[in-house]
Ligand binder design. Structure first.
Ligand SMILES: Nc1ncnc2c1ncn2[C@@H]1O[C@H](COP(=O)(O)OP(=O)(O)OP(=O)(O)O)[C@@H](O)[C@H]1O
Length: 216
């Protein structure tokens, strides 16, 4: 059963020299427990698609559903969690407080234990009390991924989760993405990174404004 689905999603953006039709009828299904990667050349619309899938942006036409229900105006973090390319950590919260935020919003118990488990697994437990501007981009990226998966969301959308990472950190991130799917989430990852494609159940490519199975 598909947890995340999209049908006929279109999106154009106005520019001074004319409208750019970025998404031209995207169809997508990601099942619970499935990890799907999306590749596509720079500017093909991967981030624009993710913005529509998580409700940050509204499509011109088409529909997105989570668990068979139309996407609400503001999806709950526990339903659909996002690691945006720009990471979006709250600068006034420490890394630990950022990761705890979705757990507190969902009124979960065991917050400190879950935060410690995630930060430790990603090798940034020693930075728990630092603020985002006090750590590197790669460390911020791992904290933003920890925040995204913290509440065990039904859907995880990760946009370039390995963009700023060294080899060892990539392995930890791949392990967490895979584990998140195995725990039942529908996981969609936009990436240019071959190692991420290698752990995927299915690979898609965004080309000409539509998703198609990747051929290589
Ligand atoms: N909010 C916006 N306003 C205007 N144009 C936009 C907006 N968001 C995206 N675009 C345009 O849509 C196109 C797709 O951009 P997008 O960021 O989705 O590409 P991408 O595939 O994620 O690229 P990359 O791999 O470089 O991150 C680009 O031409 C971009 O300029």
């Amino acid at each position: 059963m598909s947890v995340l689905s999209a049908r006929g999603v279109t999106r154009a953006f106005d520019h001074p020299d004319g409208a750019v039709q970025v998404l031209r009828g995207v169809d997508l299904d990601v099942a619970a427990g499935e990890l799907v990667t999306v590749s596509g050349r720079s500017g093909s619309g991967k981030s624009a698609l993710f913005a529509v899938l998580c409700g940050f942006d509204t499509p011109d036409a088409g529909q997105v559903r989570i668990g068979g229900e139309p996407l609400p105006a503001v999806p709950a973090w526990a339903d659909c969690a996002v690691l945006p390319q720009a990471m979006g950590l709250a600068g006034e919260l420490t890394l630990a407080e950022n990761v705890a935020l979705p757990l507190r919003l969902a009124r979960r118990s065991g917050v400190a234990e879950r935060v410690a488990e995630l930060l430790g697994g990603l090798g940034i437990e020693q930075l728990a009390d630092r603020y985002p501007p006090e750590v590197s981009y790669g460390q911020q990226q791992r904290a933003a991924l920890a925040r995204a998966v913290a509440a065990r969301p039904r859907v995880l959308l990760a946009d370039e989760p390995t963009a700023h990472l060294d080899h060892g950190s990539v392995a930890a991130v791949l392990g967490l993405l895979r584990r998140t799917a195995e725990e039942g989430a529908a996981v969609l990852v936009a990436t240019h990174h071959d190692l991420v494609h290698e752990i995927a159940d299915r690979r898609l490519v965004l080309t000409g404004g539509r998703l198609a199975p990747a051929t290589a």
